[in-house]
Design a protein around this ligand. Structure first.
Ligand SMILES: Nc1ncnc2c1ncn2[C@@H]1O[C@H](COP(=O)(O)OP(=O)(O)OP(=O)(O)O)[C@@H](O)[C@H]1O
Length: 307
């Protein structure tokens, strides 16, 4: 896999701050991947987004997009290769849906028939065909984000950068948006970078993940591998925070298993042995199952399943 985006020893410290927001960060985002960047508050995620989108420049090190270094001189041209999807959608209230999607092309001076044709194609793609004449205030949160995605794609970018794209949405709407992003990445052969503080987003969508903490890259790799065998305490803490402990009743403990595929017989077997399934999540690598187990009861044994 070639590299879509590369950070080499990037450092960034904001004026007046004692601590750097990013320290000597080196990271390669494979072309055609769905790469998640996860970290707790203050980890440096927004700084990373601002560097990729050209709103900030590194103090040290360099950033390359498809092999070309991002500098003040190349910034404008390289920015055109990146589509941005924002947490709060950033739609212009006084423009119609169509007018929001066409705006990036308008700013580039593209002729009206071309921009409207492309915008309508993209509105169809995101499931909003026929809503082009509405205004943002007439849309639900999920629909607004679909407009945001169509707008991000209108310039045909090679990289789609989604910054907390589902954090303002309810779980069901989020799932629809994440499915859409995954489908678009696959169909259009884009590189998708998803910045999030939510582990479930990483699990649901990404092929690769990078974990940031305190401005440092603490762990990175293929998502399945990192989540199965987290090497760093911060990654383990993110995984622990995501455990459904609160579903436990008195005297129960939680066990976590990863099945390589959804296996109804294995789940029924666990239930027969007295384990209560409190959560099951499917993801590209298989199924994660959390079990509430009575301490006194024998531990459930499963053939061919890794705990
Ligand atoms: N404009 C700024 N001026 C000064 N310091 C900043 C600025 N933006 C971020 N910082 C600092 O840089 C560090 C990294 O912040 P950043 O916003 O990149 O983290 P984050 O992971 O996005 O956090 P959150 O999830 O809370 O948004 C923090 O210590 C933050 O206080």
């Amino acid at each position: 896999m070639s590299t879509a985006l590369e950070f080499s020893h990037v450092g960034k410290r904001y004026a007046g701050q004692a601590q750097a927001a990013l320290h000597d960060l080196s990271l390669q985002v494979p072309r055609g991947s769905r790469t998640g960047i996860i970290g707790r508050s203050g980890a440096g995620k927004s700084t990373l987004v601002r560097l990729i989108s050209g709103l900030e420049t590194p103090d040290s090190g360099e950033l390359r997009l498809q092999g070309e270094q991002l500098t003040p001189a190349t910034r404008r041209r390289l920015q055109e290769r990146t589509g941005l999807v924002f947490q709060h959608f950033n739609l212009l209230a006084q423009r119609t849906v169509l007018g929001n999607v066409t705006l990036p092309l308008e700013l580039r001076g593209a002729p009206r028939p071309l921009r409207e044709r492309r915008a309508r194609e993209l509105l169809d793609l995101v499931g909003l065909g026929g809503l082009g004449e509405r205004y943002p205030a007439q849309l639900s949160g999920g629909q607004k984000q679909r407009v945001g995605i169509a707008r991000a794609l209108v310039t045909e970018p090679a990289l789609l950068l989604a910054d907390e794209a589902t954090s303002a949405l309810d779980p069901e709407t989020s799932a629809g948006i994440l499915d859409l992003l995954r489908r678009i990445q696959q169909e259009r052969d884009l590189t998708l970078v998803l910045v999030t503080h939510q582990l479930e987003v990483i699990r649901a969508v990404t092929t690769h993940v990078a974990v940031l903490d305190g401005g440092h890259l603490v762990e990175s790799g293929e998502t399945g591998e990192v989540l199965r065998r987290p090497q760093h305490a911060v990654t383990r803490a993110l995984l622990d925070a995501h455990r459904p402990d609160d579903a436990l009743r008195g005297g129960e403990t939680l066990r976590h298993l990863t099945l390589s595929a959804l296996d109804g017989a294995a789940l029924a077997d666990l239930a027969r042995q007295g384990a209560r399934i409190v959560r099951a999540e499917t993801h590209p690598q298989g199924v994660d199952v959390w079990l509430a187990v009575r301490e006194a009861a024998p531990q459930p044994a499963l053939h061919g399943v890794g705990a």
